[in-house]
Write a protein that binds this ligand. Sequence first.
Ligand code: AMP
Length: 419
Amino acid sequence: MSLRAVKGMKDILPNEISKWHRLEHAFRQRVEGYGFREARFPIVEPTALFVRSIGETTDIVEKEMYTFTDRGEKSLTLRPEGTASAVRAFVQHSVQAKEPVTKWYYIGPMYRRERPAKGRYRQFYQAGIEVFGDSGPFIDAEVIDMVVGFISSLGISEVEVLINSIGGPETRHAYREALLGYLTPYRAELCSDCQRRMDANPLRVLDCKVPRCAEIAADAPSILKHLADEDRAHFDGLQETLNVLGTPYRVDGSLVRGLDYYTRTSFEVLGKGAGLGAQNALLGGGRYDQMVKSLGGSQTPAIGFAMGLERLLMAMPDGPPDRHVDVFIVAAQADVRAEATLLGRELRDAGLRVESDLRGGSLKSQLRRADKINARIAMILGESEIEAGVVQLKDLQEQTQDEVPRTQAAARVHALLSE
Ligand code: AMP
């Protein structure tokens, strides 16, 4: 039997990669424009990190983690998301003692053993940001505005921004009572997971995908009616700032999201266009003011979000055809191939991306190859060109051909590319 990639894990081959590069480059540029700096964390972390931060009763921790024992000693887990690692690193390196506000971004693979579907994989990529040290609400609005602007810059126009506040401990305590009061008569109708969640963390019932649970949750009292004064002021401040920025949003009191660590602001951006299907959540984020402390740091407010790159790619329009080389060198006779390699090096040293086929095929097959890989220029070198110190420069886009002194060849190509 031939070996295949693990179910739910995909190869990304070179013909797809330029769209990935475009997305990642645009993300870096956007967030660096707001002062974020890249951090890279290990893909494997102690299992306890995720259990303590994401929460024991979440789907991720209950069912989806790739956990293994390292040589019979330590329980390790492939990271299911990036925030827990960011907080661990923030605490471990005492970053809070070094700067008042910390802005980090990351890009990388995450692992969840979910049921694979279109837009849902077991290895998927997230790009995310975290801000430590600012309790908001202006930074919350700025972060939401930043990501909405970013998504629209990708050419994804049909999106909906949902925001909610899930309050702090005081709000959550009051709401928990109200929610339990509402859910208790339905207890027997809820799925067994939700029955357990009612005891451990009833808010999680609102996030359940089982149809009957979702139906019951739809009529649950809204957390927004239970916000403590300070949480209410924070949420009002967020909305006022979004209004000043002109960032469209909709308040959705049922948005609690699947991770336990959120406090106050929580938000999601949904893609509404064709191509995404059921998995239309492009990103999710929120404030997690208690997490740094709960992982051993000093009290530090924080907010972040993570976007699924595969889903953004599905929603993004295709760009221009991929061009990964500028010049394709064509050796007119088999015995000029050594000189063709030298010409290739000259052009690369002058900053051009150069390919050739040195196997000794016909002129026609080499030109076909140049076309196939969408090279802009075919540069033909034969015995007579070597003797005269020239090359034939064929512009495959404009369909023109010119003889050019070899010493000027690179400059001519640069000029054509910048036209
Ligand atoms: P979360 O970390 O669950 O808040 O997810 C943030 C974003 O990551 C989602 O909005 C999706 O875009 C993406 N995402 C989460 N899980 C998956 C998955 N299994 N496959 C692909 N993308 C995912």
